[in-house]
Design a protein around this ligand. Structure first.
Ligand code: HEM
Length: 346
């Protein structure tokens, strides 16, 4: 009984933080119990993946990426290394936790096959999660084997970090979609045939672009720390410095541009219906705090805690934007379905 209360409270909190995942309709009894149970697991799945992603940023920020040497998937050539030091403990824990996320995602995929009928979008999302987590593991392995870790400042490291970030965002979008579609009846609509597809597509590209530039900035901050904002600013215009030092300045501008675009695109769909107001408010909230955290990062020279918080909010903003897209999509497709006398939502 006590356990149930703790678990319920946990989900209640998650619902408060990510309140937008429910379809905007009053779903009555919500859905069948087994789907509700699946959705709870999908929440855990999202939360676990997010922890692993943030832990990955911690590994980068502390320079512990080479803690297992250039071995992958083994750590220093062993399943459990005989000796542990600070960096190895961090890197090894990251490997174990990301290995477990692969099993968790496999389990979610098999579970989705059991619960949902063929062609159901929840099944599709679980499949995408599996594909992206496998790519994620391969990219992580490539980072280690190519020695794109610790204090390696090579240009190729920037490329692999960017690919890694884009894949992580796609993985998290699928995990968000998995939660969302687990209470939606098989609706047979194409995810891409949306009235505002181009509007959102550009928004997603903007977010990916500004986040990638953020990851490059974070790399620059880790490898070439500065003592003051003015030093960072001056070095950005001095092209004798490393590329990661000179490109640092662009991230805030790209992020501000993206934020304005995200704000305008979300405002546009908010005029279509007030049904998914929660999702829209959530995006506004994330935008405001993300921008504020960005400025704090600059003024406090990006301490590890702020870096992690900034990445955390980038993921929530991304999830919120995905949910506005899915909610508006569901709303618009249900309008056409209703005209044939059929609702797409339980
Ligand atoms: C929509 C708004 C924004 C998004 C989506 C965003 C996203 C990101 C991401 C994903 C990172 C990489 C985090 C990591 O890998 O550890 C990052 C880093 C960074 N961002 Fe932003 N950012 C935004 C706004 C801003 C603004 C407005 C500023 C400055 C005024 C800023 C300053 C920084 C700095 C200094 C870093 C490097 C340190 C760190 O890792 O936190 N960001 N950003």
């Amino acid at each position: 009984m006590k356990r149930k209360t703790i678990v319920d409270q946990f989900f209640l909190r998650l619902y408060i933080v990510l309140p937008t995942v429910y379809p905007f309709y009053d779903t009555g009894e919500l859905s069948l119990l087994k789907e509700k149970k699946f959705q709870n697991w999908a929440y855990w799945h999202y939360a676990y993946l997010l922890c692993v992603v943030l832990f990955g940023a911690y590994v980068r920020a502390t320079g512990a990426g080479a803690g297992c040497g250039s071995h992958w998937p083994l750590c220093d050539g062993q399943v459990i290394p005989r000796t542990f030091f600070h960096e190895r403990l961090i890197e090894y824990s990251h490997r174990v936790s990301s290995g477990l996320s692969l099993f968790f995602t496999c389990a979610m995929y098999i579970y989705s096959l059991k619960i949902f009928p063929k062609f159901h979008l929840a099944r599709k999302m679980a499949k995408y999660c599996l594909i992206f987590i496998i790519i994620e593991a391969l990219l992580g392995g490539a980072l280690v084997l190519l020695n794109h870790v610790a204090d390696n400042p090579s240009l190729y490291r920037g490329v692999s970090i960017s690919l890694h970030l884009i894949n992580t965002f796609l993985l998290m979008a699928s995990a968000t979609g998995l939660i969302f579609f687990s209470t939606v009846e098989n609706s047979n609509f194409s995810l891409f045939r949306h009235k505002y597809f181009l509007l959102f597509f550009f928004g997603f590209v903007c977010l990916l672009f500004s986040s990638t530039s953020g990851a490059i900035t974070a790399l620059g901050d880790t490898l070439f720390p500065v003592a003051s904002v003015s030093e960072a600013f001056m070095k950005s215009f001095d092209f004798k410095h490393h590329l990661w030092v000179t490109v640092r300045i662009y991230h805030p501008f790209l992020a501000i541009f993206s934020s304005i675009y995200i704000f305008l695109s979300v405002r546009k769909v908010s005029q279509v219906s007030q049904c998914f107001k929660q999702a829209i408010c959530f995006v506004y909230f994330c935008l405001f705090f993300q921008l504020s955290l960005g400025f704090l990062n600059v003024f406090f020279h990006a301490p590890v805690v702020l870096q992690i918080l900034h990445l955390f909010l980038a993921h929530f903003l991304w999830a919120g934007y995905v949910l506005v897209y899915l909610n508006s999509h569901l709303y618009l497709s249900s309008l056409s379905s209703f005209s044939f006398g059929k609702s797409v939502v339980r």
